[in-house]
Design a protein around this ligand. Sequence first.
Ligand code: FMN
Length: 363
Amino acid sequence: MLFELARPLLHRLDPETAHHLTLKGLKALPACKPRRDDAALSVTLWNRSFPNPVGLAAGFDKNAEVMAPMLGFGFGFVEAGTVTPRAQEGNPRPRVFRSARDQAVINRMGFPNQGVDAFRRNLESFLSVKPRPRGIIGINIGMNKDQTDPARDYCALVRQLGPLADYLTVNISSPNTPGLRDLQNKANLLALLAQILEERARACPQDTPPLLVKLAPDLTEEQMSDIAAAALQSGIDGLILTNTTLARPGSLAQPFGAERGGLSGLPLRKNALGVLRRFYELTEGKIPLIGVGGITDGNDAYDRIRAGASLVQLYSALVFQGPDMIKDIKQTLIERLKTDGFNRIEDAIGADHHKTAMKRHAS
Ligand SMILES: Cc1cc2nc3c(=O)[nH]c(=O)nc-3n(C[C@H](O)[C@H](O)[C@H](O)COP(=O)(O)O)c2cc1C
């Protein structure tokens, strides 16, 4: 309700100013305790129990400041970050743009964040409250803009944050850090992941946090097939598909559509779903996938799960619809499960592919 009251004001402000005000409000208000979710929505992955499969995507809570209130809104998990070892300012403002007509956001933030020390303090303070609020905390890590040896930054972050994380995400797909997306190239990726995994084994010998890699939607078939092979070969635990896109559909409002940066929200939906579906095929369902990009309602979330996602995330739609959408998504998921005759959300993961395989088998 508060969001409904605040929305007209927030949407008259520059998007980043509105975001900072929102964070301030969230920090000032007492966080709600998450309500218990329907047991049919729970997902067990990597030995961790997600109360529901709907997560907050990275970039909303860059400094790990509002994880408790976001879990209180009903997310099953929150991915904080992207955090880099040293604090950095990011690109000059304005650098975030929204179009309500397109239900879309373009950002070229360039990982502004307070650095790992501040992030760690915030995370430790969240973890010190017992019992912990229900829900899983992922940590999304990235490299500083001026780092010439990416593995150094990623390994430093794994060392410092790995022991505190429920899972870690290696972000190599933001379009706003020069050279970052080149790490998606197979040889670079295998070399980087080998170093990070070694660091993880050293830093977290017990209760090792799963390591995920977040990818861009702007990949050719050859790149997707190379990355899928590298993912399986390297021994990472999952993939997040997808980050924002550099593509610009002709339908976007102008001058919004001409802004440089990564596009997210509704115009990304089709591409992100297609990339997710393709990765499920390429990896033969052997590695868990998180689907993100243009999810606006429960039907989108369910489509992503049927296409192969074990979990989903969203960010942009929250800007336009507010936190009530989370409860609606979960309600729709329960309804869609019933219609399809599944008892649990876990039974629906990759269901589209199983149907195709059965058809192929029968013919
Ligand atoms: C303003 C903004 C900032 C973002 N910052 C990050 C980030 O720091 N790290 C990251 O991995 N993704 C970041 N993202 C990408 C989102 O996590 C997500 O992958 C993308 O927006 C697609 O999902 P959506 O269409 O639901 O927004 C950001 C997105 C937006 C809109």
